[in-house]
Design a protein around this ligand. Structure first.
Ligand SMILES: [Zn+2]
Length: 409
């Protein structure tokens, strides 16, 4: 046997690579964590015929640390998010909530990141204070670092004060705030209030916007600010969401899951909810979580797989027809592989050789009943225990993988 050392270079051949302006059938080379214009001489070659490769998805809004906290049961929609926050307070004493919050914050952040990664999201905008755990080299996803934020106009104590935080954020960086998260007058008046404070500019990322009126939307477009649409969370809390069309047409819209406290299980599910509650096409929805988000957040290396981009990828089977629909039609367990910085992180067991060639130690797990290989550094038992549907593979599952892989050779 030859002893070629592990190489992180790979050449993905025969797949359809989903680019901003169409699908390329050229080989996709990965070197040093980036998409390269030519393969390295010793690149690990992978035949991906009948597959599509999408850029890793960008989730424009999450609170990573609360994704294992059970949502607040309620019968009727809230008029705004402040009413929901108030109603939530006694819920903190419920045993399942208290027990979910007893996990160390670093672990909870990691869990929220793993939730994203499992469904093809490789970059997240985390709307809460920065935490050293987010800097870990093996943190499951990349997180927007250079940004300012406040929490919300009506609940200022939770985050940095609005005028100060806005003023301290360089114009080239995003400044985020929950805004107009409701259907009542309080929510409807928030954009005008922010504007009157002198805190509405092209770097503003306004999360939710359900209460925005037509004139508000026009004002946002004129200023060149952006809105994060979180339809699942809006529908669960408020029984309503915004009309995404004008903001999408103006290139001012992104999509976010919010956390599972109110939102969808993951970004794939969020995209399906968005499709069901709008007239946006599947291709427009894909742009919201790739090219549009990368442009708005000024992330030159993300949202596409052009040479020089971060080699963050979602690989799925090509079901034929509209490529974006192939992605929207599947559950997270049907993703063939999620790749970050050129390295496979979770994938079907027949990609075992890629893990090996990339020097990524992988362990067998079950994701929603399907066998997968997961990078060992993401397979901490405490982490797996927090994610419903993800569990270590039982010891008798191992021979089944080997048999399956033998059958595919
Ligand atoms: Zn939020």
């Amino acid at each position: 046997m030859d002893t070629v050392p592990p190489s992180p270079s790979a050449c993905l051949q025969h797949a359809g690579i989903v680019l901003p302006d169409g699908v390329s059938r050229a080989p996709l080379s990965v070197r040093d964590g980036r998409v390269a214009s030519a393969p390295a001489s010793r690149a690990h070659r992978i035949d991906l015929r009948d597959h599509l490769i999408f850029p890793g998805l960008l989730n424009a809004h999450d609170h990573l640390q609360v994704n294992a906290v059970p949502p607040l049961p309620h019968d009727a929609p809230f008029a705004n998010s402040y009413a929901w926050i108030e109603a939530f307070q006694p819920h903190f004493h419920d045993a399942p909530v208290a027990s979910a919050l007893r996990h160390p914050k670093a672990l909870r952040l990691r869990h929220g990141a793993l939730k994203n990664l499992l469904a093809g999201t490789t970059f997240v905008v985390h709307h809460d204070p920065w935490h050293p755990a987010l800097d870990a080299e093996d943190f499951p996803v990349a997180v927007l670092r250079d940004a300012g934020w406040s929490y919300a106009l009506g609940w200022p104590a939770y985050g940095p004060p609005v005028p100060q935080s806005f003023a301290e954020t360089p114009p080239g960086q995003a400044w985020m705030i929950h805004l107009a998260e409701g259907t009542d007058e309080a929510a409807r008046s928030e954009l005008a209030t922010l504007d009157a404070m002198g805190c509405l500019a092209s770097n503003c990322v306004l999360v939710h916007g359900v209460g925005l009126r037509d004139a508000d939307i026009q004002r946002i477009i004129d200023v060149g600010a952006a809105v994060v649409w979180c339809p699942s969370s809006n529908l669960a809390l408020l029984g309503a969401t915004l009309d995404p069309q004008p903001l999408q047409e103006a290139g001012c819209l992104m999509l976010g899951t919010d956390s599972r406290l109110s939102g969808a299980r993951d970004l794939l599910e969020e995209m399906r909810v968005a499709l069901a509650h709008s007239t946006l096409t599947t291709r427009q929805l894909l742009a919201l979580v790739t090219t549009d988000a990368a442009r708005i957040l000024r992330l030159e290396k993300r949202g596409s797989l052009l040479p020089g981009a971060s080699a963050d990828m979602v690989i799925v089977r090509d079901g034929g027809g509209d490529e974006a629909r192939c992605l929207l039609a599947i559950e997270r367990s049907e993703i063939r592989a999620v790749v970050r910085d050129g390295l496979p992180r979770i994938a079907d067991p027949d990609f075992a050789e890629w893990f090996e060639a990339a020097g990524v130690e992988a362990v067998p797990v079950m994701l929603d009943g399907r066998p997968k290989l997961l990078a060992r550094n993401l397979a901490d038992p405490a982490l797996l225990a927090m994610e419903q549907g993800l569990e270590p593979a039982s010891s008798d599952a191992r021979p089944a993988y080997d048999l399956r892989m033998e059958a595919q050779r």
